[in-house]
Design a protein around this ligand. Structure first.
Ligand code: SAM
Length: 342
């Protein structure tokens, strides 16, 4: 081989089950201004110390390594992304460096409204807004803060700015199961995707227990008692976790993410990167691969990083197998969503 030959282009990311990995969920921070019943436990939270949190430049470098391997979609999540100082800087950094990247964000919407002009000009394709109830008291009970008006203002602002919105509600029996009329009203009146996420037993100390589980099939039946639903094809060519339905006479659509009762592991195309630089290939698998040390080692090149990412990706497990092995009533993973990046 010629001595000065260009390094080989990194190969496209693919796992040992033949799944192409094209999507990364990047946790901007593990800190959040809400304490949702499903996501973290009550009381004092422990956070990743500042020195272990990746700097924005480090995050962008890792995303660069991954886009060179075929990743085309990145979702910023957390924690609450807007809690971290300079989150706008990260959005612009990613947009400038990767103009074609499908860049999205998941937010609780409480701090989002002032950032709408930026989200629009940076071409953020869609926002997933976590909103588990349109009832103010229930919202406060679920999140620990009386901030529903701020979230509704963000929702309104996003729609007025023409940014696509998907509302995600974690389905909890005894909490928001009595509010189907509100959810139906939302899809009748707004051009949003209203998606119900089955409650997953992530980490100890959340509200999770079998009695709180409200399965997607039941939610669908309750909605169909109120309005006709028509199945629609998934937007993404590779599917996507939600089964989507158009609503008769409605401006929006309804979707169900049945991670517990009807897994979608066969089409999983994602990895997660925690804010302290751990790569997690399956939500249900606590095995994480530490990339921060490599990132901060001056001798490690991008192609070294690419080799590591490829090897990690090759052993991405099937989450449904992990779920099956768990004992009834136990958490499926030790870490809570707030620390992983939901
Ligand atoms: N702070 C942002 C937000 O609220 O959208 C992003 C992070 S938060 C972890 C993202 C979402 O993960 C939650 O709103 C919820 O939809 C989902 N989530 C968290 N814990 C969950 C659980 N135990 N089961 C199902 N979904 C969960």
């Amino acid at each position: 081989m010629a001595q000065n030959a260009a390094p080989a282009a990194p190969s496209l990311l693919c796992d040992g089950h033949g799944r192409a990995v094209r999507y990364v969920r990047l946790s901007v921070t593990d800190r959040c201004n809400l304490q949702c019943l499903y996501c973290c436990n009550e009381g004092k939270q422990t956070f990743i110390p500042h020195e272990k949190v990746l700097r924005y430049e480090e995050m962008a470098r890792l995303i660069g390594v991954m886009t060179a391997m075929g990743v085309g979609k990145v979702r910023l999540t957390g924690g609450e992304p807007f809690v971290r100082k300079g989150c706008e800087e990260l959005i612009w950094l990613l947009r400038r460096r990767f103009p074609l990247l499908d860049l999205r964000m998941t937010s609780n919407g409480t701090l989002l409204e002032p950032h709408i002009p930026l989200l629009r000009s940076a071409g953020v394709a869609a926002i997933n807004l976590s909103l588990d109830s349109f009832d103010r008291a229930t919202f406060a009970r679920v999140t620990g803060r009386d901030l529903l008006p701020a979230v509704l203002a963000s929702l309104d602002g996003l729609l007025r700015a023409g940014i696509r919105v998907k509302i995600n509600a974690v389905a909890m029996r005894g909490v928001n199961d009595g509010q189907v009329d509100d959810f139906v009203h939302a899809v009748r009146s707004m051009p949003v995707d209203m998606r119900f996420i089955e409650f997953m037993p992530m980490g100890e100390g959340t509200l999770w227990k079998p009695e709180v589980f409200w399965p997607a099939a039941e939610i669908r039946a309750q909605i169909e008692r109120r309005v006709r639903l028509f199945p629609v094809a998934a937007d993404a060519p590779d599917g996507g976790p939600a089964r989507m339905f158009a609503v008769q006479g409605g401006r929006g659509r309804v979707g169900f993410i049945a991670a517990m009762s009807c897994h979608f592991c066969a089409s999983c195309n994602r990895m997660r990167l925690t804010s302290d630089g751990h790569l997690r290939t399956c939500l249900f698998d606590d095995k994480e691969y530490r990339l921060r040390g490599l990132l901060r080692n001056v001798r490690i090149t991008d192609s070294d990083m690419a080799c590591v990412v490829q090897r990690v990706c090759a052993v991405k497990p099937v989450g449904a197998d992990i779920l099956r092995k768990r004992h009834q009533g136990e958490a499926v993973a030790g870490k809570k969503m707030v620390g992983i990046g939901g």
